[in-house]
Design a protein around this ligand. Structure first.
Ligand code: T1G
Length: 698
C-alpha cells in the first residue's frame, strides 16, 4: 500500500493506494467516520493523480476502511478557515479521471461522502448501506457538487426531497432512484473491483455531464414554498432546493460556483453555528463527568410494570434494542390491552414499510407478559410506568424491593414526583433511579436520567449505557419538580397564559411560537395531549399552591365544561373534520379572565410573545443550572431541543441567549418580575453573567 496523504510517510496517512493492475483501490482510513479532513482530501487528490499517471492502472475503486464510507466533511474544521485542497476540487478530479472509477459504499455515505460517490462513474453499495446529503441539518447546503450532481443522476424532484430533508436513503431505495448501480452480495470490495474491471474500455458516464431534467415552473414554485414552510424558520432547506432547481438551467461549473457561494455564506451563519453546536452537544451530553467512567451493571432482562401508553412504548424501546422484556399488569384485562397496544404499534410499522414482518415477529417474541410483579424476580432492571401518584409508586417499589434480587435496579418513569420519596419506600435507595421517557417512548430520543442524592454512580452509569443501547440521548439530572424539561415547560405555559389575560388569544400565542420555530404552539399541544391530565395534577396540587401565585384558571373552566382537547372535539380550539378552529367560547372565557384580573386587554405583537416566552425559558433554565440540577448548559439545551422541539437552528435556549446577549434577556425578565408573582425573580446566574459579560458557553 502506498500512503498518499503525505507521500514521504509510507502508511501513516489516512489515504492509501493499492496500485494493483488493472484495478487500483484507493482506501480511505480516517476513524471514526472517514470524515474528509484536510489530510484525507490531500491524500485522495494525490491518489487520483497517481492512478491517472500509472499506465498499469486501467480502473479504480474508492473504498473506505472501518465502519463506514466517508460520512462527510470534518465538521470540526468548519470553525477554521478552509484549507486546500478544497473538497469540490478533489471531487471534480475524481469525476474527470480518464479511467473508470467505482465507489464502494458501506455504512453511511453522507454529505461530502455522498458527493464523492456521485462523482464516481458508478456506485455499488452494501445492502445495509445508506446515502444522503444531511447538510441542511447543520444549517448548510451541500458544498461539493451535491446539489448539482444529484438531480443529474436521480432527477430534480427526487433530488429536491433528499437535499431539502437531509434524509438518508437505504441501499434498496438508492438503487430504485438510480443513486447506486448495484447492491453488493457478500464481498463489497471484491465486487467493486470486478465491477470496475467490467467498465474498462467502455464509455465513462460522468454524472456532471448528464442533463438535469427541469421541473414545470409552477410545480417548482409550489415545491419550494412547501419546503420553506416545513423548514419553520431554518434557511438552509430552501436555499438547497433553489440550487437543485438551478441545476436544470445552469452548466455544472456555474451551478457549482453558485453552490459554493451559498455554502460559504451559510457556513458562517448563526443557524449553522447553532446546528453544529447541537450536533456535538447531543453527543457530549452522554459524557457525564463522574458517572460515565463508572462501570455499568450488566443489564439484559428488563421488567416493565404498567402496559399503558408509556409502558407499552418503553417495552418496545427495549425490545427494539435487543433486550429481553417482561411486561406486567395488575389484571389479565389490562395486560391484554397492553399487549394489543404493542402489537398494533408494530403492525403500523410493518404496514408503513419501516419494519419487516420477520423483524416484527422477532421483537414481539422478545416481549413476555404476566400478571402481578412476582414474575419479575429474575430481572436486571425494572422500570415502572404506573399511575402518576406518589403513594401508588411507593407501594409498588416496596413490593418490588421485596421480590427482586439484590443488585436489580429499580427505575421510575415519573415525570414530576420526588424520586427520593419513592426510593425511601425501598431498602435499596442506591439502586433507585429515574428513567424519564418521553411519549411516544419508542420514538422520542430524549431520556432524562434522574439521580437522587443516594443513587449509586454505577447505577447512573448503567442508565447511560442503557441509553446508548436504546440509541437515545441521555441527560443526567437531579430531582426537582419536573426535573429539567417539564419544569421549564411549566414556566413556558404559565407565561403563555399570562399573555392570554393581557390581551392575546390562544391562536395568536400559538402562531407567534410556531413562527419562532416550534412545530406547535402550547395551546395546540395541550389540545393534542389532552387538558384533563394537567387538570388532574392541578387539582391534586391545589391545596399546596402558593396563594401569591398568579394563577390563570381558563384551562380549568375548559375542563369543567368537558373540553379536554382533540379527543373531545373541543379544548382551546374547536375541532371539526380534524381542522383546528378558533372558538368564540374560548375567546369569551379568556376575556372574562382578563376582567376578573382587572386587566384592560391590549393587542400583543408576536415579537413580545416570543421575547417573553424565551425569557421565561432562559430564566428557569438558568435556575436549574444555578441549583445544580444539571451540570452544564448543554444539558438544558439538549433537553429543550430533543424533548420539547425548541428549534435546533437556534441551538437551544442558552446557546441562543449567548448570541442575543444576556442583558436584553435579563431586561425582559426584570420587566416581568413583580408582575407575575413568586418564582419569576431573575436567576442569580443570569444576573451575574449579564453583569460580568460572561456567557453560558464561554
Ligand atoms: N465530522 C466530524 N466528526 C464527526 C462527523 C463529521 N462529519 N460525523 C461524526 N463525527 C464524530 C462524532 O462527533 C462522534 O465523535 C463520532 O464521529 C461517532 O459519531 C462538503 C459540507 C455518521 C451517522 O452531517 O450523522 O459533508 O463523540 O456518535 O451514531 O457538502 O455521526 O465519538 O468524539 O454520531 O454511529 C455531513 C454527521 C457533514 C454526518 C454515525 N455529514 N454524522 O452515527 O456515531 S457536512 C454529516 C452522523 C458536509 C459537504 C458538507 C453520524 C453517523 P465522538 P456518532 P453514529
Amino acid at each position: 500500500m502506498t500512503d498518499l496523504s503525505s507521500p514521504s510517510q509510507a502508511g501513516a496517512g489516512p489515504v492509501r493506494l493499492v496500485a494493483a493492475s488493472p484495478v487500483a483501490v484507493i482506501e480511505i482510513d480516517n476513524p471514526p467516520v472517514n470524515a474528509t479532513s484536510q489530510a484525507v482530501r490531500a491524500g485522495l487528490l494525490a491518489a487520483i493523480h497517481e492512478v491517472e499517471r500509472d499506465a498499469e492502472v486501467e480502473a479504480v475503486v474508492i473504498a473506505c476502511a472501518g465502519r463506514t464510507f466517508v460520512a462527510g466533511a470534518d465538521i470540526r474544521e468548519f470553525g477554521q478557515p478552509p484549507r486546500e485542497p478544497h473538497l469540490p476540487d478533489v471531487i471534480n478530479a475524481i469525476e474527470a479521471c480518464s479511467k473508470p472509477v467505482v465507489g464502494a459504499v458501506h455504512g453511511t455515505a453522507l454529505g461530502g461522502g455522498c458527493e464523492i460517490a456521485l462523482a464516481c462513474h458508478a456506485r455499488i453499495a452494501d445492502a445495509g448501506a445508506g446515502l444522503g446529503l444531511p447538510e441542511v441539518k447543520l444549517g448548510l447546503v451541500p458544498g461539493a457538487g451535491g446539489t448539482q450532481r444529484l438531480p443529474r443522476l436521480i432527477g430534480v424532484e427526487a433530488a429536491l426531497d433528499l437535499v431539502s430533508s437531509g434524509r438518508t436513503v437505504k441501499a434498496a431505495e438508492a438503487l430504485r432512484l438510480g443513486l447506486v448501480d448495484r447492491i453488493a452480495g457478500q464481498d463489497l470490495r471484491q465486487e467493486a473491483i470486478d465491477f470496475a474491471r467490467e467498465l474498462i474500455g467502455k464509455p465513462i458516464r460522468r454524472t456532471g455531464a448528464l442533463p438535469a431534467n427541469g421541473m414545470e415552473a409552477e410545480a417548482a414554485a409550489k415545491k419550494l414554498l412547501e419546503i420553506r414552510r416545513k423548514a419553520r424558520g431554518a434557511e438552509a432547506p430552501g436555499k438547497a432546493a433553489e440550487l437543485v432547481l438551478l441545476a436544470a438551467s445552469l452548466p455544472l461549473k456555474e451551478g457549482m460556483a453558485r453552490e459554493r457561494e451559498t455554502f460559504l455564506e451559510l457556513r458562517s451563519s448563526d443557524q449553522s453555528a447553532a446546528l453544529r453546536h447541537a450536533f456535538f452537544a447531543e453527543r457530549e451530553v452522554a459524557r457525564v463527568p463522574g458517572f460515565d467512567s463508572a462501570e455499568p451493571r450488566p443489564v439484559q432482562r428488563i421488567g416493565v410494570v404498567g402496559a399503558g401508553t408509556m409502558g407499552s412504548g418503553i417495552a418496545i424501546a427495549f425490545a427494539d434494542a435487543g433486550f429481553e422484556v417482561k411486561v406486567v399488569e395488575t389484571s389479565e384485562q389490562a395486560l391484554a390491552a397492553g399487549q394489543a397496544r404493542i402489537a398494533d404499534i408494530y403492525e403500523k410499522q410493518v404496514a408503513s414499510g419501516r419494519l419487516t414482518a420477520a423483524a416484527r415477529d422477532e421483537r414481539l417474541g422478545a416481549i413476555r407478559y404476566g400478571v402481578g410483579v412476582d414474575t419479575l424476580a429474575d430481572r436486571d432492571l425494572v422500570v415502572e410506568a404506573v399511575f402518576e401518584d406518589l403513594e401508588v409508586k411507593r407501594a409498588l417499589f416496596r413490593e418490588l424491593d421485596a421480590i427482586l434480587r439484590p443488585g436489580t435496579i429499580l427505575a421510575t418513569n415519573t415525570s414530576y414526583l420526588d424520586i427520593s420519596l419513592i426510593a425511601d419506600a425501598t431498602s435499596r435507595p442506591a439502586e433507585v433511579v429515574g428513567l424519564h421517557f418521553f411519549s411516544p417512548a419508542h420514538v422520542m430520543k430524549l431520556l432524562e436520567i434522574v439521580r437522587t442524592d443516594r443513587t449509586a454512580a454505577d447505577v447512573v452509569a448503567t442508565g447511560l449505557a442503557i441509553a446508548r443501547r436504546l440509541r437515545k440521548i441521555p441527560v443526567v439530572c437531579r430531582v426537582c419538580d419536573g426535573f429539567v424539561g417539564n419544569r421549564i415547560l411549566s414556566r413556558y405555559r404559565q407565561q403563555a397564559e399570562y399573555l392570554l389575560e393581557e390581551g392575546a388569544l390562544p391562536h395568536e400565542v400559538d402562531a407567534a411560537l410556531e413562527a419562532f420555530g416550534f412545530p406547535m404552539g402550547p395551546f395546540a399541544v395541550s389540545d393534542m395531549a389532552g387538558l384533563d391530565i394537567a387538570w388532574a395534577r392541578r387539582k391534586r396540587l391545589a391545596p399546596t399552591r402558593d396563594p401569591r401565585e398568579r394563577y390563570v384558571d381558563v384551562a380549568d373552566r375548559l375542563c369543567e365544561a368537558g373540553r379536554f382537547g382533540r379527543k373531545t372535539g373541543a379544548g382551546w380550539y374547536r375541532y371539526e373534520g380534524g381542522r383546528r378552529e378558533i372558538d368564540p367560547v374560548v375567546t369569551a372565557l379568556v376575556e372574562e379572565a382578563s376582567q376578573r384580573r382587572g386587566l384592560r386587554r391590549r393587542p400583543i405583537p408576536p415579537e413580545e410573545i416570543q421575547a417573553r416566552i424565551r425569557a421565561a425559558i432562559v430564566n428557569e433554565a438558568c435556575k436549574i443550572l444555578d441549583e445544580g440540577i444539571v451540570e452544564r448548559p448543554l444539558d438544558v439545551d439538549v433537553v429543550m431541543m430533543h424533548g420539547y422541539a425548541y428549534p435546533a437552528w437556534r441551538g437551544g435556549p442558552l446557546f441562543e441567549a449567548d448570541r442575543i446577549g444576556l442583558q436584553p434577556i435579563l431586561d425582559q425578565v426584570m420587566e416581568r418580575a413583580g408582575k407575575d408573582g413568586p418564582g419569576w425573580e431573575p436567576a442569580a446566574g443570569l444576573v451575574s453573567r449579564a453583569a460580568s459579560g460572561a456567557r453560558f458557553y464561554p
